[in-house]
Write a protein that binds this ligand. Structure first.
Ligand SMILES: [Zn+2]
Length: 402
């Protein structure tokens, strides 16, 4: 019911709220502990059997006619600093609302359904931390050694502060399928005036560091033709990144970080560096784009007689949502009479780690007002949020009865 969902989202939205109206609730913080307690209570009230693993992922299981495999859903309740009320929370409280509706209707499913709250999706410690552990790509020692970027404390210390109901080192039941409900966090659904986004995949990401080294010298005394100015190839490379992204269908490319050294108005910089963020659903396109950017940057560097170094500090591969889950979600949306479109997710989500445990993954998006997210203004109309829950509910039933 829409009222129950609204109440839960609003209640969680009070935990960690700042004077700005934004929410600062990084994982394993005091506010996260409070939010976990709230969620645990609602899980118990809905009759879920709760497990907590060594990463603090909370797993609420609703029994099916058989023990396994299970169908999973879920998201996260941590936030970025000064973030919004819906990011992650909608997938958790919306998943819970779907389960409460099963309870109301006396729905029984063949496979059990588990609702998961993943720890640290937003990266207070790492990136998609809890789901990386859940999927077995992060080991316990490496996890516990991670440092919190806000207070420097280790994960292993922070995790002792959270409630650990039904503790088990790892939750290992085989997973049949995984579906996550999430706000879009972008403007596409709203601009197209559709209710639901059926996600086709989650983009892969390349971060490309390029550093140009020239000769630091006087901005007045050095004639134009006697300079080795690294800011020039940097500027050209930035434009090239946009040009390359525009040439590939669904690619986006951004230069979000630039440094000049020493960054002083009357000094020709000695060093200029940038970090490019390039995203696409196609792994081959990502490789191609990185290669093109580097080749162009080398040409621009040579023209100005400066040196170039580059590295790729972050590389995640694209994940395709499964045809079965995409089809199931689309059918459900049609039956409910909602409008929808297919689109990729250009932000990272826990679902990309779940794809390591099951080939059958998918995501349901609902519109974000103005496309705004990770900000206090983040908003989704309650009717739209509830449509997302309806789609999730019916999709889960189908997947759990196969
Ligand atoms: Zn999120």
């Amino acid at each position: 019911m829409i009222d129950r969902l609204r109440k839960d989202v609003l209640n969680l939205g009070e935990i960690g709220r700042q004077v700005t109206g934004g929410i600062s609730r990084p994982s394993l913080s005091e506010y996260d502990v409070e939010a976990r307690k709230y969620v645990l209570k609602t899980f118990r009230e809905a009759g879920l059997r709760v497990f907590t693993d060594a990463a603090g992922n909370m797993i609420g299981v609703r029994s099916g006619e058989v023990e396994s495999p299970i169908v999973t859903t879920g998201s996260h309740i941590d936030s970025v600093w000064n973030g919004g009320m819906f990011d992650g929370v909608l997938g958790v409280m919306g998943g819970l609302e779907a389960i409460r509706m099963f309870n109301d209707d006396g729905v029984r499913t063949k496979l059990p359904i588990a609702l998961i709250v993943f720890t640290d999706e937003e990266g207070a410690f790492s990136s998609l931390t809890g789901s990386s552990y859940f999927a077995g790509v992060l080991e316990r020692q490496a996890l516990y050694d991670l440092k919190n970027k806000y207070d420097g404390r280790r994960f292993g210390e922070g995790v002792t502060r959270i409630p650990r109901e039904g503790y088990m080192e790892r939750f290992t039941r085989p997973i049949r399928a995984h579906v996550e409900l999430h706000i879009e966090q972008g403007p596409v659904l709203e601009a197209n005036r559709v209710d639901i986004g059926v996600v086709t995949g989650i983009v892969g990401i390349r971060w490309l560091n390029i550093s140009f080294k020239g000769r630091q010298s006087h901005a007045g005394a050095t004639p134009m033709n006697m300079r080795r100015d690294p800011a020039i190839p940097l500027a050209r490379t930035t434009l090239k990144i946009r040009e390359i992204a525009l040439k590939h269908g669904d690619m986006v490319g951004t230069t979000g970080h630039i440094t000049l050294f020493p960054n002083v108005a009357n000094v020709i910089p000695g060093e200029a560096s940038l970090v490019a963020d390039i995203r696409s659903l196609e792994a081959a396109d990502l490789e191609d784009a990185v290669g093109r950017v580097v080749r162009s940057a080398k040409i621009y560097a040579k023209r100005e007689n400066v040196d170039l170094e580059y590295s790729i500090p972050q590389k995640t591969e694209p994940v395709n949502c499964s045809p079965l889950v995409i089809h199931t979600i689309s059918k459900v949306v049609e039956e409910l009479g909602y409008s929808y479109m297919q689109l990729p997710s250009r932000a990272g989500h826990d679902t990309q780690n779940m794809a390591k445990l099951t080939g059958e993954v998918g995501m349901v998006f609902v519109p974000s007002r103005g496309g705004v997210s990770h900000a206090p203004e983040e908003w989704t109309e309650w009717e739209q949020a509830h449509r997302g829950v309806e789609v999730l509910r019916k999709t889960l039933i189908r997947l759990a009865n196969q």
